[in-house]
Design a protein around this ligand. Structure first.
Ligand code: KG4
Ligand code: ZN
Length: 338
């Protein structure tokens, strides 16, 4: 097979990333994180777009250099069209358009949520690739969905959050505990040292395969405030146990819904995607489900869970094979369904 080099560009939120693929293999995946947001306790959209503007050229140059090719060898340019923060998306979109025009190669618009899922088709030495149809639990800072994936671009949302995303539940809980943004990875870290049964939080009652996390966040807030009034050192003394209990509750909610989805569809090939799929507890629980429920699970490598351009490039490659190109008049879209 002739090598096809695709450049992927991701700028939907607070990470500027560029990646070059050769067919379905990743040659480079460069990510510039934006430290600036941590002191604000969340992503500040205006600051994010300015940082993208500053990072995009060096990040793309690095991705091409690390792939050991010249930009003239690229076959196409894929970029994140949405969903995401408008100002951030515009930086990647405009840059991708200009470069594609300059190089006179096809431009490919990619849906960020589809790309999280299609990261499973990156070819590595040791990875399992899911067969169609499979279910994907897509969990990130902006989304929480159970998606039935019938084919590369045939996806159906079976359930999704009616309020906060699961990543938000992690990050907001962390904020209540005084941890910096993004708090998800920190909750994961402290939870490893704590007792997941130390405190119990009620699971939300929400229909069918949908999710709700805003009630849980409020319950955690009231619980912590009350305990702090009794003992002002509560958070400090019990941080590990609190984190473990919060994480346990969130993962229970996710697993319950996944079990329902398997029951409903009869599909036992289960993948996870999105930033929260880096969480060690959800990874453990899925591995256990292989034994207990006879599921086959697909867990992405860490570097392909949180936002990255490798997933945009692989999706671009799959679209390239279909000749699914975009016009240069294509626009970014803050809201976009899978
Ligand atoms: O997919 P992603 O990088 O960006 C979005 O598209 O939203 O996901 C970021 C989210 C954040 O909420 C972050 O706290 C969460 O993923 N996250 C984690 C872990 N690593 C990242 N949440 C729990 N445990 C982790 N290990
Ligand atoms: Zn994402």
């Amino acid at each position: 097979q002739k090598p096809m080099y695709i450049l992927g560009i991701e700028s939907s939120c607070d990470d500027t990333s560029a990646s070059v693929t050769c067919n379905s293999k990743i040659l480079s995946n460069v990510i510039a994180n934006q430290e600036i947001h941590s002191k604000y306790g969340g992503v500040v959209p205006e600051l994010a777009s300015r940082a993208h503007q500053q990072n995009i050229v060096p990040v793309v140059q690095q991705a091409i250099a690390q792939a050991n090719i010249t930009k003239e060898e690229l076959s196409a340019i894929a970029f994140t069209k949405g969903p995401g923060l408008m100002g951030s998306l515009l930086v990647g979109t405009s840059f991708a358009k200009s470069l594609a025009l300059g190089l006179q190669i096809p431009l490919i618009a990619v849906n960020h949520m589809q790309a999280h899922i299609l990261a499973h088709f990156i070819q590595e030495e040791d990875n399992k690739i899911p067969p169609f149809p499979f279910l994907c639990l897509t969990i990130s800072g902006g989304h929480t969905q159970i998606v039935k994936v019938a084919n590369y671009f045939e996806m159906e949302i079976l359930g999704e959050t009616i309020d906060d995303a699961v990543g938000e539940a992690f990050d907001k809980s962390a904020k209540i505990l005084g941890l910096p943004y993004p708090g998800g990875p920190l909750i994961d870290k402290y939870a490893k040292l704590g007792n997941p049964k130390a405190f119990t939080f009620t699971k939300p009652k929400v229909g069918d395969l949908d999710f709700s996390f805003s009630g849980l966040k409020t319950a955690i807030l009231y619980f912590v405030q009350k305990q702090q009034r009794i003992n002002p050192n509560f958070i400090k003394e019990k941080l590990n146990d609190i984190c473990a209990s919060i994480q346990f509750t969130i993962v229970e909610i996710l697993m319950d819904k996944l079990k329902n989805a398997v029951k409903k569809t009869g599909i036992k090939h289960i993948a996870i995607a999105g930033g929260v799929s880096a969480n060690s507890e959800i990874r453990n629980r899925l591995q256990l489900a292989e034994k207990h429920f006879n599921w086959t699970t697909y867990i992405p490598k860490f570097e392909y869970t949180t936002d990255n351009a490798a997933m945009i490039a692989i999706t671009g490659y799959l679209k390239y094979l279909d000749g699914n190109y975009s016009d240069v008049s294509v626009t970014a879209k803050a809201r976009l369904k899978v």
